[in-house]
Structures are given as structure tokens and as C-alpha cells.
Design a protein around this ligand. Structure first.
Ligand code: CA
Length: 535
């Protein structure tokens, strides 16, 4: 239990404060509101009135439509918090996003949505409702790597539970949760899969001479690379094999993948309507992860003209296409949409990266790495123009999706679920977040937590060279006091106020951290062999 030990060592001062109070139960942590209803469920803040309102809304809708609601999750790869216009980007940074802005203005704009620091962990958490430390998917599986244990052998995805309960489910686009047999989306709960199993850069590193000449001009290495990964658009259906739809050999072909994926999503939605089944669709963009090559129709079309910006407007256009289709099919009032990004902008790749008004970027647990856009849109069900700074963790989409389908009770008690049902937060007009705290990790190392407007770092990322968050950073222990930032006053986390302004809350932060660490006693971490050498 390495992490547990890390937590206990993190600051002797803090533990002295809390140790005198004995073992802290949730109700004994000062200033907190959450209660734990089951041993295997994350403590939740309960607001009876908003629960009632949201349950009534759902009941009324089901009576009207005769069906459970559709669920469409749109997740962009590596989009920065500040990229969409409604988050301060858009026109100001040379890439207007009218469609994303429109769903935010006509829905709920969340300003405190959190991901994990990189692609794979976020996707694993969102699909299982569990911390990557528990599922084992703590970092991206890299070219040719084979974990020693298949994490999917005992994980349960939201898609799997929904598929068993009358939904038709699909993963459209990027997977990045394992390429081998046994790891494919249609083997872990999705009825259908169409997209790529890896990530954009897995393709470009064998294509772009200027960036990767040591690979591209080396036939021996290229032969190995081609064998190691599926450099193709692939597809599959539950119970079936993996099919190669189209080998991706050129940058022109790569540039069009998001268009192909959008077409699949459109067909899938039409099919669900035809079959009269509720759908659960994870539309997972390949863009705007490096290396960006926009589709031909978007090349040079953004005011900024850079490939990243053209890719942002391509993503925005697809958001418009999918939301437009729901309207055309007259199912927009019965479809819950959540739009987000899987981690913060990847500053290391600038200028092929996004914008955020925070410190750090992808790979770190500074706000720039983990705070992402989060928009919930559902005409008639979510009040237009609503905004909230309530905490939302992308793993909450697991519980929330199951709750919308009315099957949240089917979650097995044999595993700890870190996600929360946030249905009432999203649906009630003045709904409050059910989440007490967001916990942040780098792989299996506990780093920080967000509680109310405070960010408390128990360990920090020390970035050695500006904008080298992944390539030249180390993790440091903090001293006597955690590093603490009031994010309302210091959203860029520039000057820790530590014990000076937050002495009253340190006991709370320690209590929440300890309670979280304690969950690993009965529900331990899983090791699938992804530890880096020496770790
Ligand atoms: Ca990503």
C-alpha cells in the first residue's frame, strides 16, 4: 500500500493535528457535508429537495417518451479548458466554437469539472467509475506494451450495464484502453465499436519525416512499429472479432478520421432511433491530440490558421452535426449530452496544443492538467443558461449514466466506486454538486485534492523547464504544510497561502485525504504491470 504510506508521511504536523481526534469518520471531519450510504460507495452530499425535483423530471419525461433517455458523451482529446469561446477562448484565440458555445448557453456550463492528468486514466475512470489506481489503468499503454494482467478481466463499464438493460451502446472514435485481444471496446461492454484503438501520435510517429526521421527513414523500425499497433481504423461488434476498416497510411487519410468517426456516430444514432432503443454513445474525438492534421475541409479555415486551431473548429463543427441530428430526429429532448475533454492542454507540444488560464498542463495535477470544460445539455430538462462551480469529476459520468437509465442499483458491491450520481445536481434548476472533494493522482501517487474553492497539494509537480510538464518534471514532497491555493483568489496557483489563510481547513483536508486512503484497505489497488522501471 505505497500510496497509503505516502499519505501518512505527507506531513507530520497535519497528522499530529488529526491524530489527537482518533480515527476520523466522515461525520467527524469538520466543515464537510457528505455521508457514506454504503461501504463501497463514495460519500455523497445529499440534497433531498433537488433529488425530488430531478426524479420528478425524469419520471415526467419517461411518461412522455415511453423510453429511458439517450446518453451522448462527447469527449475531446487534450482540449484545453480555455479553448471553447464560453470558457474564454474561441474568437479571442483564433478558433471560434459556436456549436460548443451554443450547448453551453442553452444548457449547464460547469467551471469545476476534473479529469485525470492523461488520456488513459481519465477514460478508464469515466467508464468504470473508479480511480485508475483501482482499475490498474494508471497511465497510457505505450507502443507495444503488454500489461501483465488484463485490467478488464474484472472491471465493469457503464456500457456493459446499460447494454444489459435495454440500451444499445457504442464507442465511436478513440479507445486508448488497450489494443490487444481481450481489451477491445466490444469485448468490455460496448455493442459496437468504430475508431482507433490507440492515439493520433501513434500514427504520426510513423508518418511525419520532419518530426520522426529516426523512425520514418528506418525500415527496420518501421516494420516493427507496423506490427506492434493497429495502424488502421478498426471496428467490431459484441461477440465478434476486430475488423480492419481502413489501413491509415498517409497523413491525408489520418486527417479524415474524425470525419469517418462522425459518420459512424450519425449512423449509430439513426439506427438506435429506427430500432426504437435508447442509446449510450461515447463519441471520442481523435483530435485535438498531437499531431493535429485537420480534415481537408478545415485546413486553414480558422482565423489562426494553425493546425491545432483548424482542428478545434473541426471538432466544433462535429458537435454541431451531432446536436443538429438529434434535433432533426426529434430526440434532443430525450438525450442527455455531456461535452468534455480527457485532460488539460498539452503544453509540451506547443504550438500544437490548447489554451487554459491555469498553471501547468497535461500530465500534472496543477489545474492546467486536470480542470477541463464540462457542459451538460438537455433541452427541457436542464435549464438554459445555468452555470455552476460545483465539483464534477468525469468518473461521475459512470454513476450518472446508470442513474439516468434507472440501473444504478445494479452496481456490484464487491468493488469501490469513486464516482457519484450527479443527476440531481445537473437536472434541478438550482442543483448543488453532490461531490465533497476531487482527489488527484499521478499514476498511483496521491497528489492533491480540491475541496470547495480550495486546492490542497500534498505533493507537487515541479516543472523544470517551462511548458515541459510531461518531459521534464519531477514530483516533490511538500514541507510542514501542504501547498494551498484559494482558487477563487488565485486560480493560477501562484502563491501558496498554506497555513496563513487556511489553518481552519487543514484538518478537513487531512481528514478527507485519510478517509480516501482508508478505502484502499478493503478495496485495494490493482497492479497490471504498468509501473515504470525503478518505480
Ligand atoms: Ca488526452
Amino acid at each position: 500500500m505505497k500510496t497509503k504510506n505516502n499519505l501518512l508521511i505527507m506531513g507530520s504536523l497535519l497528522l499530529t493535528i488529526s491524530a489527537s481526534q482518533g480515527l476520523i469518520a466522515q461525520e467527524n471531519i469538520p466543515f464537510t457535508k457528505a455521508v457514506q450510504t454504503q461501504k463501497y460507495l463514495e460519500p455523497t452530499r445529499v440534497y433531498e429537495e433537488q433529488n425530488k425535483i430531478s426524479a420528478q423530471k425524469l419520471k415526467r419525461l419517461e411518461k412522455k417518451t415511453g423510453k429511458k433517455p439517450n446518453i451522448l458523451i462527447m469527449i475531446v482529446d487534450d482540449m484545453g479548458y480555455g479553448d471553447p469561446g464560453v470558457y474564454g477562448g474561441g474568437n479571442m484565440i483564433g478558433a471560434p466554437t459556436p456549436h460548443i458555445d451554443s450547448i453551453a448557453k442553452n444548457g449547464l456550463l460547469l467551471t469545476s469539472t476534473y479529469s485525470q492528468p492523461t488520456c488513459t486514466p481519465t477514460r478508464a475512470a469515466m467508464m468504470t467509475g473508479r480511480f485508475p489506481a483501482r482499475s490498474g489503468l494508471t497511465r497510457p499503454i505505450l507502443t507495444g506494451e503488454s500489461p501483465t494482467v488484463n485490467p478488464w478481466a474484472d472491471e465493469v463499464t457503464a456500457a456493459s450495464l446499460l447494454s444489459k438493460n435495454g440500451y444499445i451502446t457504442a464507442l465511436s472514435g478513440k479507445w486508448h484502453l488497450g489494443e490487444q485481444d481481450g481489451y477491445w471496446p466490444h469485448q468490455v461492454g460496448y455493442d459496437e465499436y468504430f475508431g482507433i484503438l490507440s492515439v493520433s501520435s501513434e500514427f504520426t510517429q510513423g508518418m511525419v519525416e520532419r518530426q520522426y526521421p529516426d523512425m520514418v527513414y528506418n525500415p527496420e523500425r518501421m516494420a516493427v512499429l507496423n506490427k506492434l499497433s493497429h495502424r488502421a481504423i478498426t471496428a467490431g461488434k459484441k461477440g465478434g472479432k476486430l475488423e480492419t476498416v481502413q489501413a491509415i497510411k498517409t497523413l491525408d487519410e489520418l486527417a479524415e478520421i474524425d470525419q469517418d468517426v462522425a459518420k459512424f456516430s450519425e449512423q449509430f444514432i439513426r439506427k438506435a432511433v429506427k430500432e426504437n432503443k435508447p442509446f449510450y454513445l461515447v463519441h471520442s474525438f481523435i483530435k485535438v491530440h498531437n499531431d493535429n492534421y485537420p480534415a481537408k475541409a478545415f485546413k486553414g479555415k480558422s482565423p489562426a490558421k494553425f493546425p491545432y486551431k483548424d482542428s478545434v473548429i473541426e471538432v466544433d463543427d462535429i458537435v454541431g452535426r451531432l446536436t443538429g441530428l438529434l434535433k432533426e430526429l426529434k430526440i434532443d429532448d430525450n438525450t442527455f449530452i455531456f461535452f468534455t475533454s480527457d485532460n488539460g492542454a498539452n503544453e509540451d507540444l506547443w504550438p500544437d496544443s490548447g489554451y487554459q488560464p491555469f498553471k501547468g498542463g497535461k500530465g500534472t495535477t496543477w489545474e492546467g492538467g486536470v480542470r477541463v470544460p464540462g457542459i451538460a445539455y438537455w433541452p427541457g430538462m436542464i435549464k438554459a443558461g445555468k452555470q455552476s462551480d460545483g465539483l464534477f469529476d468525469l468518473m461521475d459520468l459512470f454513476n450518472t449514466s446508470l442513474a439516468l437509465a434507472g440501473v444504478e442499483k445494479q452496481i456490484s458491491p464487491d468493488r469501490y466506486i469513486d464516482g457519484l450520481d450527479q443527476t440531481s445536481f445537473l437536472l434541478a434548476d438550482d442543483g448543488k454538486s453532490n461531490r465533497e472533494a476531487v482527489f488527484m493522482y499521478s499514476e498511483k501517487t496521491f497528489m492533491a485534492l480540491r475541496w470547495e474553492e480550495y486546492k490542497i497539494h500534498m505533493k507537487v509537480f515541479d516543472v523544470k523547464r517551462p511548458m515541459s510538464n510531461l518531459d521534464e518534471a519531477t514530483i516533490l514532497n511538500v514541507g510542514m504544510s501542504p501547498w494551498i491555493y484559494n482558487l477563487y483568489m488565485d486560480p493560477k496557483e501562484q502563491a501558496s497561502t498554506g497555513h496563513r489563510f487556511f489553518e481552519w481547513g487543514i484538518g478537513t483536508a487531512v481528514g478527507l485525504t485519510r478517509e480516501h486512503a482508508d478505502t484502499y484497505k478493503d478495496f485495494p489497488m490493482k497492479d497490471i504491470g504498468l509501473g515504470m522501471a525503478g518505480k
